[in-house]
Design a protein around this ligand. Structure first.
Ligand SMILES: NC(=O)c1ccc[n+]([C@@H]2O[C@H](COP(=O)([O-])OP(=O)(O)OC[C@H]3O[C@@H](n4cnc5c(N)ncnc54)[C@H](OP(=O)(O)O)[C@@H]3O)[C@@H](O)[C@H]2O)c1
Length: 257
């Protein structure tokens, strides 16, 4: 009985930030495709599915993360972890010039976008629940920062380094920082709403975003991410590196880039 339950649970995906946006869409995608999905967030997502296991956790609380991850591990009876989406994140306050950014909000953004990734990985490695593939929801701002994006860009640059170092130290896991590019979620609105011509690059981005097809849905992006996972071997990527999803989709000749 125990072993047949374990077999049913074998395709396990763990998604942080599953309550809305890209994490929510990923949760639905993997549930619809027969996976067991473990999700972590502070708000309970409106997902009722026998293969969905949700756990409350504020991922910025380092000690709580080990408890949350261990709880999920127990609930899926220690079934092997195929995929990890290090996805939870925030933009923080609306874009503003760096010298006006409040240190507290800078720290809060850094805590979820970077430190929480370390906490999640540390918890998983501590209980030896090692994912085969770990994808971090990264941003082009990590390597090409724009004026007005101090907290976000710095935290996402740190995320890339964290991912790279865990890759070097854990070669059995395939890590990737995946720049997700213009997905219509609350983070996207936080970046573009209220941007004035005082921040010309972001203002131009906001204007481009009005063109049809420039900003895509979370559902579409989740499907794109899943396609990349499926075809990871043929893409021949450097493990632990940053890639923009649009570039990878173009390489694979997929349209939604
Ligand atoms: N949207 C884009 O254009 C874009 C582009 C590049 C990269 N990304 C990245 O993609 C990821 C997902 O973003 P999104 O656009 O889907 O944003 P979103 O709709 O705002 O979703 C963010 C998710 O993170 C969770 N989260 C935030 N703080 C948390 C905390 N302290 N503890 C636990 N969970 C927390 C939220 O859940 P709760 O609030 O319920 O806790 C929510 O489920 C982020 O890392 C973002 O930086 C997005």
């Amino acid at each position: 009985m125990e072993s047949s339950l374990k077999k049913q649970l074998s395709n396990v995906v763990l998604i942080t930030g599953c309550s809305k946006g890209i994490g929510y869409a990923l949760s639905l995608y993997y549930l619809q495709n027969g996976y067991t999905v473990c999700g972590i967030s502070r708000t309970k997502p409106d997902i009722e599915h026998p293969s969905f296991y949700w756990q409350y956790c504020d991922l910025t609380q380092h000690d709580a993360v080990l408890c949350a991850v261990s709880e999920l591990y127990d609930r899926v009876k220690g079934a092997s972890l195929e995929l990890l989406f290090l996805n939870a994140g925030t933009f923080g306050d609306a874009p503003k010039k760096a010298h006006t950014v409040d240190l507290m909000q800078f720290n809060n953004v850094f805590a979820i976008n970077a430190l929480a990734v370390k906490s999640t990985l540390d918890a998983l490695l501590h209980i030896d629940w090692r994912p085969k593939i770990a994808l971090a929801s990264a941003s082009i701002s990590s390597i090409r920062p724009r004026a007005g994006m101090l907290s976000y860009a710095v935290s996402k640059a740190a995320l890339n380094s964290i991912v790279k170092i865990y890759q070097l130290e854990n070669p059995d896991i395939f890590f990737l920082s995946l720049g997700l590019c213009n997905v219509k979620t609350s983070i996207y609105h936080a970046i573009t709403d209220g941007v004035s011509s005082e921040l010309p690059e972001l203002f131009a981005l906001k204007k481009r975003a009005q063109e049809p097809g420039y900003v895509i849905s979370a559902k579409q992006r989740a499907e794109d991410m899943a396609k990349i996972v499926e075809r990871l071997d043929e893409l021949q990527l450097e493990k632990g590196n940053f890639y923009e999803i649009r570039t990878l989709l173009k390489t694979m000749n997929l349209a939604s880039a």
